[in-house]
Design a protein around this ligand. Sequence first.
Ligand SMILES: Cc1cc2nc3c(=O)[nH]c(=O)nc-3n(C[C@H](O)[C@H](O)[C@H](O)COP(=O)(O)OP(=O)(O)OC[C@H]3O[C@@H](n4cnc5c(N)ncnc54)[C@H](O)[C@@H]3O)c2cc1C
Length: 379
Amino acid sequence: MDFSTTTEQQALVEAVTRFCREHLNAVSPPREGEFPWDKWRLCCDQGIPGMPIGAEYGGLGYDCLTTAMVLEALGASCTDNGLVHALVTQILTALQIQAYGTDAQKARLLPAACRGELVLAQAMTEPDAGSSTGDIRTAAVAVDGGYRLNGAKVFISNAPIAGAILVYAVTSPGANFLQKLSCFVVDAGRSGLRKGRPMAKMGLESLQNGELFFDDCPLTDADLLGRKGQGSSMFSEAMTWERVLLFATHLGRIAHVFELSVEYAKGRTQFGSAIGKYQAIANKIVDMRVDLELGRLMLYKAAWLKDQGRMAAFEASMAKLFISERLRQAAIAGLQIHGGYGSRKEYPLEGILRDAMAGTIYSGTTEIQQNIIARFCGL
Ligand SMILES: Cc1cc2nc3c(=O)[nH]c(=O)nc-3n(C[C@H](O)[C@H](O)[C@H](O)COP(=O)(O)OP(=O)(O)OC[C@H]3O[C@@H](n4cnc5c(N)ncnc54)[C@H](O)[C@@H]3O)c2cc1C
């Protein structure tokens, strides 16, 4: 077993850390509720949306482990977690198109997505079907030359700004879950598609989440991504990628909270000693450091399995469950270490905590990860 990183991986991690600290974080935020397009464009100029996408489509062709390491550094150094989430959504959707798209779909969508000119989103969740994806009602009914799409999606990351959306819909209502769904590429300008306004939510302010409504939206056979009936297996694969790459950024955030907490615990004096000298404080920081180590081992293993072309669903679920829960815990502990200052808007901890809260919900909730892991345990 070789735990060493390559010199290229180290250089990439250093480069993205420097880019965030010296350039990205210095860009002024947009007006409240607006998407930070200036920061988005800077990240796209660095090639971030195309990291794991092939060079023939304008990407950088990194493997999963290298992409995860760079995203971890982005999560640790970029102060705008909503922007990071939007970028990872772009990467994950592009990966689906790369894996399942026809040559024509890849040529049309991927170069513009890698440049960041075309924003992408993936839509599964519905008002009455969140965890229970087998119960989605959005349906694509076959008609001459294509399909008619009807239904509604909710919570979709990037939806309000997306130019193309991967929409999961029922195409064979009578079939079992493994065969009843298909995935379509729906362009934002398509008739019959209406977007809701960005949702106000807790944390991740830059991330634009919204509803989508389909009212007899016409689709052609060329809009189908992958095969008819392949939607469920495509979605499972998308979730494995998401549980690795999105939670790489969350791992970086644990590292960030750890560093902030060490610095504060060394500098803050009470009762004549640095507060880090009190075991009650030091132990919180020790927990963060152990979680960081464990989370990294779990996540890198899942990424490595993907690079070997092996199944990684079990490992990705465990990594997602662990990292999302431990980030939330680290953010609470970090805030506690910062005392009253932790709750102030001028300090980063309260924002990190708000951003961390939904990590145990998206990409499959904590309880759903536990169900998946239980099934792998034969229960
Ligand atoms: C910031 C954010 C971004 C998102 N981005 C996207 C996106 O880009 N695309 C997309 O399609 N969706 C997206 N989602 C939606 C997300 O995937 C769902 O919110 C999530 O799957 C949970 O669904 P729900 O909210 O309907 O909760 P529900 O499924 O109604 O769950 C409610 C509670 O019941 C529990 N529960 C449900 N079933 C079980 C069970 N069988 N066993 C034990 N407990 C159970 C859940 O764990 C949860 O605690 C996003 C959500 C958020 C908050």
